[in-house]
Design a protein around this ligand. Structure first.
Ligand code: GLV
Ligand code: MN
Ligand code: MN
Length: 422
């Protein structure tokens, strides 16, 4: 049981909104969003700002070998912290809440404890993980994956980005290759606040999502090589056209997801998010196409079925057109189930605070799905207007942002009082 004084604690909504504004002003883009692709100069500026706030709060700050930054406020006893956090890197067309909300609400939780002189039993930590988006350096959730020991830091440092830059060199360049060890110390529990990035909460008029898990993610890059030639002189029957195969694959993955989504238990989604043709000219049959396919499903067996279907179709389409295809896996994560104790705590706190709540899986990937490998983990969702995200138009009502941050605060206080031994 938390004390009456702790139970009455609420975060400062104006301070939270100010910090969201200030961070969004770094790497601003038309439409009100931000572009802070991982390990760019704008990412560095965002990191510097958040680290300044951590310092102002007197947190014990550490930076590890992949650039994850963690700030800890001491508790009554030493030992692993109850941890929160998220990411501050964005996609190129990012909104202002994706990731940033979770980090800034974490700071707000700690500042609220600090200004009210509340001593927790265990330390409380807030972190931001490197390259959650994976939009520049695949896979997504790279920093948290390394944090939990799912990838060796040496391997991560060698990853090449879509612009040819390399993770290790970029970390050095922006001054965020730290000295704390990877994998990092396991927290006693992890809970992340995030915007839903989908339409469910808004459609149902529900304020808080108690997230039960994250669907599986499969990213594949296809490099299709054909025969470049003159657009006017090459008879159609003699073409080996990578653009045609890329288009067929694009149409097929839509058809695949529609078909599987309509039949299965799992909810299949499929996206071709990037296609690049070379030389990309009006009167030239392309020499090559590079494209990505993002497949997701809450059910691992169905996700594997979608992957096999894609591989089969690609092989057939390539053979029919006489092109070659090289496939590379950019990310592959199985579906993750969160810990009932954390999910229940989130749901109970939401009800206590007078909010409507719904248990739901996450469609997007999150750092929490990596932390779930090492400690009891859960997430809090708040509604996204029109379900829009990875778009500068991403929006959540300030009242919902504040509601989510208050649920985060009270969930952390609840977990602080629970034994949570596995
Ligand atoms: C990452 O955040 C993703 O869901 O793609
Ligand atoms: Mn995110
Ligand atoms: Mn995102």
């Amino acid at each position: 049981m938390t004390s009456d004084r702790s139970a009455a604690l609420r975060i400062d909504g104006d301070r939270l909104m100010r910090r969201i504004e200030d961070l969004a002003a770094i790497g601003p883009i038309d439409g009100g969003g931000s572009c802070r692709l991982a390990l760019t100069d704008d990412d560095r500026a965002g990191r510097d700002l958040v680290v300044t706030w951590m310092r102002d709060l007197g947190l014990d700050i550490s930076i590890d070998g992949i650039g994850n930054v963690v700030g800890v406020r001491a508790g009554r006893i030493d030992g692993p912290p109850t941890m929160t956090g998220s990411h501050i890197d964005t996609v190129r067309t990012g909104g202002r809440y994706d990731g940033n909300l979770g980090v800034l609400a974490g700071l707000e939780v700690i500042e609220t404890l600090e200004t009210n002189g509340i001593e927790t039993e265990h330390p409380v930590a807030v972190g931001f993980f490197t390259d959650e988006e994976g939009a520049r350096f695949p896979p997504d959730m790279l920093g948290s994956l390394v944090y939990v020991g799912g990838m060796a830091v040496e391997e991560a440092l060698d990853i090449e980005g879509i612009d040819g830059a390399v993770v290790g060199a970029e970390l050095d360049r922006i001054g965020y290759r730290g000295t704390s060890p990877c994998p990092g110390p396991s927290p006693r529990a992890f809970v992340e606040l995030h915007v839903e990035q989908g339409p469910v909460l808004e459609a149902e008029g529900v304020t808080i999502g108690a997230v039960t898990g994250v669907q599986g993610i499969s990213w594949t890059e296809l490099t299709i090589t054909g025969q470049s030639n003159h657009a006017g002189t090459t008879p159609m029957a003699l073409r080996h056209d990578p653009a045609y195969v890329a288009a067929k694959v694009t149409a097929h993955v839509r058809e695949l997801a529609t078909r599987m989504g309509a039949m299965g238990e799992g909810r299949q989604v499929a996206t071709v998010g990037r296609i690049e043709l070379h030389p990309n000219l009006v009167n030239v049959v392309a020499a090559s196409a590079s494209m990505t396919v993002d497949l997701r499903n809450t059910d691992e067996a169905l996700l594997q079925e979608a992957e096999s279907d894609l591989a089969r179709f690609v092989a057939e389409a390539a053979a029919a057109e006489g092109v070659t295809v090289v496939e590379r896996t950019l990310a592959r994560f199985e579906p993750v189930a969160f810990d009932d104790r954390v999910v229940d705590a989130v749901a109970a706190v939401a009800v206590d605070l007078g909010h409507s709540v719904r248990r739901m899986p996450s469609g997007a990937g999150h750092d929490a799905q990596m932390l779930a490998r090492v400690c009891p983990t859960g997430m809090v969702f708040v509604p996204s207007r029109d379900g829009i995200s990875h778009n500068p138009a991403e929006h959540t009502d300030p009242a919902d942002l504040v509601a989510g941050a208050d649920v985060l605060l009270q969930t952390i206080l609840t977990l602080d009082q629970e034994p949570l031994d596995r």
